[in-house]
Design a protein around this ligand. Structure first.
Ligand code: URA
Length: 184
């Protein structure tokens, strides 16, 4: 990780900018190469992530690792993080003010430090956070977003893809689109 990303990670670990710090075990800054071409932004840490301090290490993480590997992508090639860095209690949805605070303090600076070629906005929280879209995810997938000049693709959250065929097919398609943008 670059010095800038490491400094952001240290700040995230100590952050008390919203109420979520009160119930967390560990904040989860994210992980991956500072020069990653693809950045994946999920929703927020679950129990396994809260306990370990690492993103996508629970069941959804295992699914994501496999899903990427089946498409010839190693998880370690991506920078993986979430819209909020601390687990919402009982895995409730992150609230709009938590998403906004975390975006301004941490997520946008992370994107600025990495400058990926493409960002996958995985799930409603990421689409709200970085595209400002609160409508249907299916509709967002048809739209073109950019974050600070970086193309951003709305896609399904890996948890939905793990459970249901339609989001699974959609995520597969969007990973392919991201790969094409990253190569191009
Ligand atoms: N879901 C997310 O959105 N992020 C994680 O880190 C784990 C599960």
């Amino acid at each position: 990780m670059s010095r800038e990303l490491e400094s952001l990670a240290r700040g995230i670990a100590r952050c008390r900018a919203c109420r979520l710090w009160e119930t967390r075990t560990h904040a989860v800054p994210g992980e991956g190469p500072a020069e990653a071409d693809i950045m994946l932004v999920g929703e927020g840490p679950g129990e396994a992530e809260d306990l370990s301090g690492r993103p996508f290490v629970g069941r959804t993480g295992e699914f994501l690792n496999r899903f990427l590997a089946e498409r010839g992508i190693e998880r370690s090639e991506l920078f993986i993080t979430s819209s909020v860095k601390c687990r919402p209690p009982s895995n409730r949805d992150p609230k709009p003010d938590e998403i906004e605070t975390c975006r301004e303090k941490w997520l946008l600076p992370q994107i600025e430090a990495i400058r990926p070629r493409v960002i996958l906005l995985a799930g409603k929280a990421a689409v709200r956070s970085l595209a400002g879209w609160t409508g249907a995810l299916g509709k967002a997938r048809e739209m073109a977003f950019t974050v600070g000049g970086v193309p951003a693709l709305a896609t399904y959250h890996p948890t939905a893809a793990m459970r249901f065929p339609k989001p699974r097919a959609g995520l597969a398609e969007d990973i392919e689109r991201a790969r094409e943008l990253a190569i191009g």
